[in-house]
Design a protein around this ligand. Structure first.
Ligand code: AMP
Length: 425
């Protein structure tokens, strides 16, 4: 029988990488605290309607990428493809709109999209998401961009490119949509099949087609920023002129940036990292003033961003950013003669209770093999107990960094190790 493998587009994040994720999430939590976001833990599945109404029926995500199934209670359920719709649902469900505004929330966890897997693009991937709900002010847009930039600064990322655009609002977008359709219509037959199918349903997406032929054809397409209504124009100017104040001096207006999800209004932005190859966005965000209404709530303006943990880690590795060190055991206890194993286990127990990490052999291996294993675990100290040590009431301690060895009285050995650990920090 063939061995079962993980499904296509998913991956096991093993011990040599998972500690990096823990580090990134720790820094996310610190940034959230320092910027005043509170954490919400959201369900991994939601009613399908939340996404079909929130994200929009004509989007790639809803049309082609959702993991949707009927549960045993005959409900249509979807594994979440993103977090914003769930955040807004939770905000409304818990009447957060009735308390002081804005409400700043963050969350993280796995998302699911049936996409074509490649480097940096998976079918299950992890996002961290920050949202500000209840604030229409462009200062809130700037605050979310600042949050992402500070997160990347603390993670040691450099050379990131901020791209920004406005996708307008239901007042000015239809006018632009028509202007764009008129522009495309003349040469529609020359566009790729996907763009042709988008022409009626979602013509703005034609602008972000990656095919060179389509890009050439839209090179001189009208720009959304030239069609904005006064309100959207004022908002866009306020955001772009504030960017230098938050250190995003080299942010660039990108007329092609339309984002894949329907709920965006006004500001849309992405942050790119060269290390990522073709899937180069480390962060995507923007404003979504009509999302709450689309899912059946009152009007609630909102703005936020999501960033993929896999892509953050790939970028950090590519840039050699500091991530701390892989967790290693402080102390490995070696059993020098089989009769000493209970005493070794007791010592390991005491060491752990004193707040240090320790491990030992459970395989009855020869002492030489245990020493080799101890060194492969990265243990800083090795304790050795055999029948001789038990008889003498001592423990051998080897400092793996210096190679020095000493014999310590059994009664004081835990205190001695704690002292050494303190000094070697
Ligand atoms: P989006 O929700 O599409 O705006 O994506 C926000 C961020 O999530 C992107 O900038 C990526 O960092 C990450 N991301 C989106 N889709 C994927 C995917 N399929 N695999 C890995 N990361 C992803």
């Amino acid at each position: 029988m063939e061995a079962i493998k993980a499904p296509r587009g998913t991956r096991d994040v093993l011990g040599d990488e998972s500690w990096k994720w823990a580090y990134v999430l720790k820094v996310c939590g610190e940034v959230a605290r320092d910027f005043g976001y509170s954490e919400v833990l959201l369900p991994i599945f939601e009613h399908t309607e939340l996404f079909s109404r929130g994200i929009g029926d004509a989007t790639d995500v809803v049309e082609k990428e959702m993991y949707t199934f009927i549960d045993r209670g005959d409900r249509s359920i979807t594994l979440r493809p993103e977090l914003t719709a769930s955040m807004v649902r939770s905000y409304l469900e818990h009447d957060m709109n009735r308390g002081p505004q804005p409400v700043k929330l963050w969350s993280s966890g796995p998302m699911f999209r049936y996409e074509r897997p490649q480097k940096g693009r998976y079918r299950q991937f992890q996002q961290v998401d920050f949202e500000i709900l209840g604030a229409a002010n462009p200062l809130a847009d700037l605050e979310t961009i600042d949050t992402s930039m500070e997160l990347y600064r603390r993670l040691g990322l450099t050379n990131l490119q901020v791209l920004i655009n406005s996708v307008g609002c239901p007042k000015c977008r239809p006018i632009y949509r028509e202007a764009l359709k008129n522009f495309i219509a003349d040469r529609l037959g020359e566009f790729c099949e996907t763009c042709q199918s988008r022409f009626d349903r979602n013509p703005l997406r034609v602008l972000d087609c990656k095919k060179q032929g389509c890009r050439d054809l839209t090179e001189s397409a009208p720009a959304m920023v030239d069609s904005l209504c006064d309100e959207c124009r004022g908002h866009f100017d306020a955001v772009t002129s504030g960017l230098s104040r938050i250190g995003a001096n080299d942010a660039r207006v990108d007329n092609r940036l339309v984002r894949g999800l329907d709920y965006y209004t006004k500001t849309a932005y992405e942050i790119l990292a060269g290390e990522l190859g073709s899937q180069n966005a480390v962060c995507g965000g923007g404003r979504y003033d009509n999302l709450a209404e689309a899912i059946g709530g009152p009007h609630v303006p909102g703005v936020g961003f999501a960033s993929g943990i896999e892509r953050i880690v790939i970028t950090m590795e590519g840039q050699g950013a500091h991530m701390g060190a892989a967790p290693a055991i402080d102390i490995y206890a070696v059993t020098a003669s089989p009769g000493a194993c209970t005493e070794v286990a007791a010592l390991v127990h005491e060491i752990r209770a004193a707040g240090m990490s320790a491990d030992m052999d459970y395989m009855n291996r020869a002492m030489r093999v245990q020493m080799k294993h101890a060194s492969s675990t990265g243990a800083r100290f090795v304790c050795i107990i055999g029948e001789d040590e038990i008889a003498a009431g001592t423990v051998g301690i080897k400092d793996m960094a210096s190679g020095e060895q000493e014999s310590s009285p059994r009664s004081g050995v835990v205190a001695r190790l704690a002292e050494w650990k303190e000094v070697s920090k």
